[in-house]
Design a binder for this molecule. Sequence first.
Ligand SMILES: [Zn+2]
Length: 289
Amino acid sequence: MLLETTKFTSMKSGPHLVVFGAIHGDEVCGPRAIRGIIADLEAGNLTLASGSVTFVPICNPEAHAAGKRSIDENLNRVFCVTDSPQSYEARLANELCPLMTGADVFLDIHSQNAPGPVSLFTDYPEDPRNRALAAALPSKYVLLGWPAIYEETEHDFGSYSTNRCAHENGAAEVLIECGQNEDPEAAVVAREVILRTLAHLNMIDPLPALSSDAETVNIRMKRVYAHEHPDDRFEKEWEHLELVSKGTCIAVRATGERIVVDCDSIVIFPKVTATPGEEWFYLGEVEPN
Ligand SMILES: [Zn+2]
């Protein structure tokens, strides 16, 4: 198992930032953006003014090489140290989790399966550092409540996420979805996210302010739905963060059961290619500001 990590340390003390890419192997925006930033730091096009940063461009190398999301299971559900890891991803977690020790801030770069806007997740919004970092990044949408829906679901998806690991190590945490997996623009977004994180932490020179044309939309996650049967199907091809009004049928199960929203809702991460046992989609609600 070969994990490429690159660390830069400034002579001036400051926070320690950890940046991950390709926790899911087929999400290429993170590796592209991270490698670009590493090249800029090495070439002196970018100078680290304080603190230190550890980059892991590709956290799931075998899945990345195969162009797949994962090899055995979702790395972002088994992200904890275990004594006798039973899968490739569990072995990766044993290598990656220790990188969180001593981290002050953790940034996890992702892209999503469905089309839709850039969106950001902070699982511990009660930590003001997370809210402050979220506000510094170019995402209009902030999703809240991920841990709660995993506590409440009857399905055994596993709840050990990178964010949870960071939080339990005392680090601030943000996960950002930079666009659709195949969209080359996602790597441009990912680069800006890393630069703005560094600037927010005073680790590089300040950047021009974000255009504040739109107010942040907070979305409270309400429930995760599992794909249960190969014939479970969506009513239409939903976009990530598509707004649906009360009474809309989202999906129909193989049993004929219709999944209808009982209030105005947001469809989150609809996965057309989900297989039985996997997360299929989530529903959330816009939270009043
Ligand atoms: Zn991902």
